[in-house]
Design a binder for this molecule. Structure first.
Ligand SMILES: O=C(O)C(=O)Cc1ccccc1
Length: 324
């Protein structure tokens, strides 16, 4: 856990994937002010969800997807469990962080390294370099890149980590190679999580979230939203939701996606994971431009309920995607 001694005890806290100097930590530091916020390191991404769900931290920062390596499946699988395990969690922001990876070790030469520790995402983002420089060496996935650096330091000669330059400095390792990521513009997108009060969670009481009854209202903010539509010039919002649909029904996914087209809502992403309720059935994560308090979005959500099961809005947040 890291915090500044001068902060008041009631300073808002930010849960991030620890130990210090992970990419998630660096993304969190860009988004939250260290002079006003406590930063609380967590061992796993699941611990970040738990810290926000239980209210032990006001904010959580979690990696969601990478420009070259795709979905962070650990995070998707935690969102999949949101209805039952984390019903109060909502996404209230996103932030993008340019990720550089280094090859760190106490071993003087790369060729003498025997084992390489890193996070699954980092291995995926450095495949080309790994295949040309350390092909065939043992790769061991650990909870974060900074944890990998800690282990490489503890184990000494023979062990290496793929982690940031900051982690090399923090853990006293030598940088044997830098910027080993496959793509020069390697960027990870992170979500900011917050806790919705119990009375705002459908089904109430902070227990399992019941299916949402969508009320269409232009005057009353939609129940369950922690943010409001953006108003600044050129700014826009996005919403992420998840649902399953009957895979025995021909066209069920097509009917669901057509709702967005019919309401003029542009999709910005679609991902899927096994539902874990039935073999070969899937949960879909759909992101689109719009805020859940906007009438067109409310209408779409009501329509979507006809074609889907277990629909849950995971949050609406301001679009921060870097404009290419
Ligand atoms: O392990 C880390 O440093 C993390 O924050 C997860 C991660 C790993 C690689 C790229 C982006 C995020």
């Amino acid at each position: 856990m890291s915090s500044l001694a001068s902060l008041p005890p009631d300073a808002p806290s930010v849960a991030f994937l620890g130990p210090t100097s992970t990419n998630t930590h660096q993304a969190a530091l860009e988004r939250f002010n260290v002079r006003t916020h406590k930063f609380v390191a967590q061992t796993t991404i699941g611990d970040i969800f738990t810290a926000v769900q239980t209210g032990s931290c006001q904010y959580g920062v979690v990696p969601f997807e990478n420009s070259t390596n795709g979905s962070v499946i650990f995070t998707l699988d935690l969102f999949r469990a949101a209805r039952t395990a984390y019903p109060n969690i909502r996404i209230t922001g996103e932030t993008y962080f340019h990720v550089h990876h280094c090859f760190l070790s106490l071993t003087p030469e790369i060729r003498d390294v025997k084992r390489i520790y890193s996070h699954q995402q980092a291995f995926g983002q450095c495949e080309t370099w790994i295949n040309s420089m350390v092909k065939g060496k043992e790769k061991i996935e650990v909870s974060s890149t900074a944890r990998a650096a800690e282990i490489a330091k503890q184990e000494g000669v023979g062990a290496a980590a793929i982690a940031s330059k900051l982690a090399a400095d923090a853990h006293g390792l030598k940088v044997l190679a830098r910027n080993i990521e496959d793509a020069t513009n390697n960027t990870t997108r992170f979500f900011i999580l917050e806790r919705l009060p119990d009375e705002e969670v459908d089904g109430g009481g902070g227990g399992a979230a019941a299916p949402r009854a969508i009320e269409i209202s232009q005057t009353k903010p939609r129940k369950g939203s922690l943010t409001h539509p953006s108003t600044g010039e050129g700014s826009r919002d996005k919403t992420l939701l998840c649902f399953t649909c009957d895979h025995e029904q021909p066209g069920a996914l097509c009917d669901s996606l057509k709702v967005f087209k019919d309401k003029g809502l542009n999709l910005t992403g679609i991902q899927s994971r096994p539902s874990r309720t039935k073999n070969w059935s899937y949960i879909f994560f759909v992101e689109f431009v719009g805020h859940e308090e906007e009438p067109a979005v409310q209408e779409a959500l009501k329509e979507l309920e006809k074609f889907t099961q277990d629909m849950m809005v995971l949050g609406s947040y301001q679009d921060k995607s870097p404009k290419n």
